[in-house]
Design a protein around this ligand. Sequence first.
Ligand code: PLP
Length: 615
Amino acid sequence: IQRFGIEKWSEGYFNVNDDGEVVVHCGGQTLPLVQVIDAARQMGLSTPLIIRFPFFIGEQIKKFYRAFEHARKEFNYQGEHKAVFPIKVNQNRHVIERLLHYGQDFSYGLEAGSKAELFAVLISDTPDDALITCNGFKDRDFLDLAVVGKQLGKDICVIIEGVEELEGLIEIYRRAETIPSIGFRIKLSARGSGKWEKSSGEGAKFGLTSTEILLAIDLLRKHDLLGKVNLLHFHIGSQITNVRTMKRAIREAGVLFAEIAKLGLNIQYMNIGGGIGVDYSGSKSSTVASAEYSIEEFANDVVFTMEEMCQKHGLRRPGIVTESGRVIAAYHAVVVTDLVEIMGAEYDLSHYQPTSNLVKPVVELKYVLDYMNEKNYIEYYHDALEFKEDLRTMFTLGLCSLVDKSNGEILFQEIVEKTIEIALRRGENFERDPFLRKFLAEKYLCNFSVFNSIPDSWAIRQLFPIMPLKHLEKPCDNFGVITDITCDSDGTIGAYQSFDEATDSEYLPLHHEMDDYPVGIFLTGAYQEVLANKHNLLGQMNEISVDFDEEGKLEIVSSEQGDTVKDVLNDMRYDDAFINNQAKKCFQGLNNPKLFRRFRSYLNSYTYMTKDPHE
Ligand code: PLP
């Protein structure tokens, strides 16, 4: 059974069964993903498809809360723990609804970073005692919306990013006679670790400097509003690769906390932001696609350091607010794509075309192929690399024909295959030779868009675990690179989860020649859908949600159609009237209503490749 390191990166949510299929695991029940795909197909929803498992959000919330509860007991920490989910991680209504459902026992709150996000938060069913935090840069409308939220009875904290924001809030307060709680986002010199470390440090985009904090306090004192400040916030970046950076940040924030307390402020919460990393590569290391600590270790370190810093500065224990979203949402979504074709080198000696006048590199390559043996194969293989390069140069200079070039490439391919055959016979690991791997790796063209489904893979080379969803009972007999259907050479995945070693891989072991080959891209529930773009107008994918039904059985609970041609055109401002007018104009004088209808019917076609022709 081929496992693709699944037990290392799936947190136990996914596994492979004895039939070689990936299964989802929950509450003692298992369900093969291929069954979900079949059910979706019967509902008219073909791949590519997002499958959501909202109960994993629930499981992650439980894990997270329990870790903090355990740590609070362990270190006898008297402050409470409150969590909010930053909806920028995934604003999808169904996701937020299920998150609030699973989080209600823990009074899970939400964080908003823009007006639209705050509006979505305010109309969500957050529990009465849940905290709502507002981050990001805020105009008057944003601040006013927060004040309305307060008037609706929500426990809202506006986290101030600058003194001007505070002035705006005070102005609204004087009119509305009510004001939400106020938090200060502080700028720390401690930096996070990993790809998002720029979120902190002295040059960071966010946070009040010492001078700004003093100015803000003066302003609040002047309006008799000092009592409204109840939270200090920092965020040292998403996907922290090692937890020591968080400890350093808490210690630094502790000093500020103590200084601010001396100025007469009664801060009740320390909001440590997000940061918990997801182990995408399954390597449990401090590399960027991984995290070398568990949620439990993170919680222990945070609570211990908070206790330590309160003892040191003689402070009352503040409540700890967390804003982690990635680790809560990442596991719940899987993108399922399907193999369209394997784009490999499909030629052999039968394609060789004899010529009367052989050019030198071709003569040499022929010699290498004929005389390569167990003793000389490494040396001969290296020679062949050189002859192939010579041939390429000759062709570029116009010194040989296309037939010569093709003959040379065919011979070279045969040489590589012979090299591997000999290496295997001798029990040597040819896979370690990066050139051989690269040469052998074939492009697996899959029906999806990197830009739409895993934009972080393109933008910042983030890694997502990928594997076939069936046929895993058979050994992999090929190497592949997953390529999407966009007209863009960046639409290729360049890094894959690690298997045996702590290094990521550039190629994925895959199967040759498969008709029905669904491929899953895992851990895509955080950020990917929201950062997605419409490159090539490949829009949102079909969606299906699997959750527990009322009897506690795993069932498909909802589905959502993906974008049609018309949907994506509408998004780009081709409104219906414009489309109609232009289409009519194109067909003017043709007098072919049948063709016109056929043309128009494509507006309802799924934007991705479909197996069944449209008509
Ligand atoms: N809070 C703030 C202020 C953020 O900017 C972010 C995202 O970077 C988060 C929370 C979410 O953090 P994470 O992605 O680590 O869950």
